[in-house]
Design a protein around this ligand. Structure first.
Ligand code: CP
Ligand code: NVA
Length: 318
């Protein structure tokens, strides 16, 4: 039996595995019926401590694409707030589910759930990382460009969970990732150190700055996310003030390559982190990104539960 693998952060997979998952996602995006019986007879748990539109719905539909049965759980429905431990909860649901996706406030919750040999845990967003989103983002760019290596992706705004995953996943794929954030909202040092290590292996590059124009200059894609992530509502004023100069607007877009694409993980706030003109403009691919959450998630589930079959399908299709 293969060991139990988890996807808590983007570097839980190797560059080769990332390429397999992206290849599989690309095949599923073109024809999702290729997975119709892949996970037949498997139930997949979808645990949400926080709200979600894209992640929850695309995960449920991804299960149906693969012939698996989704079971949605809200934090308040189970016994965690009455003293049942995360470890006991994981051991119990391992008897029912082949895999558990969890969206949590605190990344440590995922670490506690992901015990060796119990059941695969997939991060559906934590305060630190959002790896399923990054898979959909890279899939989108791969569909648009054909190849990711050597392209420049500039992220402008809060160095949050989405930014951290994009940095790790982007450099792992051999991209040049530029990140512009104010000093108070930068990606954590440990994540940057990991990204530097990944870049050495992949040939990717990192450019960190507090100057949004310097990051955007000549970029092949621009990306932003909300200034106030879930759980940070009490920092609204401070964050809005620090991030106001980092709005993705037409001036910033003009600094990028002429054919640059615009990405946002959504939900978006027009007039805050991005202008309506840019979000709804011809260079925006945000709804393609949202659509790609489905094949990207299906590919991750398939890879974690049947890695040899998933890899075989990608090699056969290439
Ligand atoms: N982008 C994203 O994860 O959206 P949801 O919060 O709606 O799942
Ligand atoms: N950074 C945002 C992403 C939402 C999909 C948050 O954590 O709320």
């Amino acid at each position: 039996m293969s060991p139990v693998r988890h996807l808590l952060r983007d570097d839980d997979f190797t560059p080769e595995e990332q390429a397999i998952i992206l290849g599989l996602a690309n095949r599923l995006a073109a024809d999702h019926t290729i997975g119709a019986t892949a996970l037949r007879g498997t139930a997949i748990g979808l645990f949400f401590e926080q709200r979600s539109l894209r992640t929850r719905v695309s995960s449920e539909v991804a299960c149906s694409w693969l012939g698996a049965h989704p079971v949605s759980l809200r934090g308040e429905e189970i016994h965690l707030d009455r003293g049942e431990t995360l470890e006991d909860t994981a051991r119990v649901v391992a008897a029912y589910f082949g895999l558990l996706l969890a969206r949590v406030h605190d990344h440590d919750t995922l670490t506690s759930l992901s015990m060796p040999g119990v059941l695969p845990i997939v991060n559906g967003l934590s305060d630190q990382f959002h790896p399923l989103q990054a898979f959909a983002d890279l899939l989108t760019l791969q569909q648009l460009w054909g190849n990711l290596k050597g392209r420049t992706l500039a992220y402008v705004g809060d160095g949050n969970n989405v930014a951290a995953s994009l940095l790790l996943a982007g450099v792992m794929a051999g991209m040049r990732v530029a990140v512009a954030s104010p000093p108070s909202c930068q990606i954590g040092e440990k994540t940057v150190a990991t990204a530097n290590r990944l870049a050495k292996v992949s040939g990717g590059e990192i450019f960190l700055t507090d100057d949004s124009s310097a990051a955007a200059s000549g970029a092949d894609a621009l990306y932003t996310d909300v200034w106030i992530s879930m759980g940070q509502e009490n920092e609204k004023d401070k964050r809005s003030q620090a991030l106001a100069p980092y709005c993705l607007d037409s001036r910033l877009l003009a600094a990028a390559a002429q054919d640059a694409w615009v990405l946002h993980c959504l939900p978006a706030h027009r007039g805050k982190e991005i202008t309506a003109e840019v979000l709804d403009g011809p260079q925006s691919v945000v709804f393609q990104q949202a659509r790609n959450r489905l094949p990207a998630t299906a590919a991750v589930f398939w890879f974690l539960l049947a890695p040899e079959i998933a890899a075989g399908l990608v090699h056969e299709g290439s």
